[in-house]
Design a protein around this ligand. Structure first.
Ligand code: SF4
Ligand code: SF4
Length: 176
């Protein structure tokens, strides 16, 4: 299955079956606002330490960092968190349908996700690490801790309670 079909099927499952259940789950609802704030805190650290500006320049020079295939680093539970955050913020998660060489979530102005996969959040290439230096890199990593903890807890919860039972249901249906 290609990644667009895969993530669209999760999007449909969210809209048709899961949305109502997830939005009634108090554990999840209580974590959304703190997660949104934590993501914003990380973003600010990236901006203040000039990491975003450096990567934007690099991307403009033609460097391909967010390549096709990297969308698979996003777990279904993290995708569901993105869909919920998008609803919460009254926006949507757009797919890249024009540039097959790029990641499915890469937009004109960078990543279209609200919560990027762990792999991408922790990726600092040598060029970027050298530019930032130890002090700024540490500042960014410290600012990202709340996002890392909250998103991990929430993704684990959603995975156990909603993703795994659905995957099991599909598996049983297929083996009938
Ligand atoms: S992470 Fe590295 S390769 Fe990717 S855009 Fe930033 S500087 Fe360029
Ligand atoms: S940061 Fe976003 S656009 Fe870039 S590779 Fe990761 S998921 Fe794709």
């Amino acid at each position: 299955m290609d990644s667009l079909t895969y993530f669209k099927s999760w999007q449909n499952f969210y809209k048709q079956e899961l949305k109502e259940k997830l939005w009634k789950d108090k554990y999840i609802i209580d974590k959304l606002e703190p997660l949104k704030k934590a993501i914003e805190k990380s973003r600010q650290a990236f901006i203040e330490n000039e990491s975003f500006a450096f990567c934007a320049k690099c991307a403009q020079s033609g460097e391909k960092c967010c390549q096709t295939g990297l969308e698979w680093k996003l777990r279904p539970s993290e995708f569901l968190i993105n869909l919920m955050l998008a609803d919460y913020l009254q926006t949507e998660i757009k797919f890249n349908l024009e540039r097959p060489e790029d990641c499915l979530f890469l937009g004109e102005k960078g990543c279209n996700l609200i919560l990027a996969p762990i792999f991408c959040r922790n990726f600092f290439c040598d060029k970027l690490s050298n530019f930032l230096g130890h002090e700024r890199l540490t500042k960014i990593q410290q600012a990202m801790e709340d996002e890392a903890i909250l998103s991990f807890e929430l993704a684990e919860y959603i995975n156990k309670k909603y993703v795994l039972p659905y995957a099991e249901k599909i598996r049983k249906e297929k083996s009938r």
